[in-house]
Design a protein around this ligand. Sequence first.
Ligand code: NAD
Length: 356
Amino acid sequence: MKRYKICVIKGDGIGPEIIDEAIKVLDRVSAKFGFELELSYQLMGGAAIDVFGVPLPDETLKCALESDAVLFGAIGGAKWDGLERHLRPESGLLKLRKELNAFANLRPAIVFKELVNASTLKPEVLDGVDMLVVRELTGGLYFGQPRAKEADRAYNTMVYSRSEIERIARIAFDAARMRQKRVCLVDKANVLETSELWRDVAQSVKSDYEDVSLEYMYVDNAAMQLVRNPAQFDVILTENLFGDILSDEASQICGSIGLLPSASMGGKVGIYEPIHGSAPDIAGQGVANPIATILSAGMMLRYALGESAAADAIDTAVRKIIAEGYRTKDISLFDAKEICSCAEMGSIIAQQIDAL
Ligand code: NAD
């Protein structure tokens, strides 16, 4: 029987709740499709700070590097916000992404027709929304040096090299080839030199992809176009900060940030994580939506382990239970049929896997 090593990081806030549900579903698909998952639970973020005093302990990094994939919940919370930046939970996640060279963050955003009412946009605008945000994850403002906060002045640096842009651009073009063959580079080339370089590099990569179109859009316009006509987008290629913001916006178009999964890839080991944070405002209440994490586990099976039948089963099970009317609180705003807790939602999806 095939056996895979998974480094599981629950993190903080709702992290443990949503990861527990993803594991419930993984248990079912692994039994059904005949493979074994060896799970190693590790600490990161605030949970690690509380035990080890650092947000990314060596043991966690070692485990991640030695695993076939990392399944991650979320980190962060007010308790640790006052710490020095390099000791804060977010620094642990940034370091993990960097150490694993997870430079490509793929964030699919699809509107399920049954969830049209959970979106705050009009139904007619949502028809056909199916986009992929390809976000650069290990460069730009989040990592650029120098950076500092002084008493009356603070600065960050946005820096990108040609090779950093080229490798993520190729991922976007490859992905577009398997979709509607359209890449939209979102930047701020009217103001930023880094964006000018992004355009140069994207244009030269495009010459290897004659069948894929490339258009450019300023990020301020893209933010507006996403709510005006989201169905116009196929693949959005963008840098770290813009991708962070636009994918949260895309999630609300789909109904809830609790629905959107992601894969952070590039190096030997990828990180599979929902796009949302630790949601301290709802942590411990059992109301978090685990679907983003469950779908992220599906992306892990597909991209890291090559278990595509099991990944398909997760996607199908999620679609079915949504079609049947099961909703967590965040997606039941306008058409509550059956409101489930986080744990109930995980169990219903797991049972659906058996029933497929
Ligand atoms: P957030 O994504 O945690 O929450 C934003 C809003 O969405 C909240 O109202 C929350 O209740 C809701 N929400 C998020 N996930 C949900 C889910 N699965 N089901 C239902 N509702 C959900 O963003 P925030 O409030 O800006 O940040 C909270 C903490 O998370 C901060 O410490 C931040 O630094 C951290 N954060 C971590 C990550 C990560 O771990 N990848 C990403 C973003 C933010």
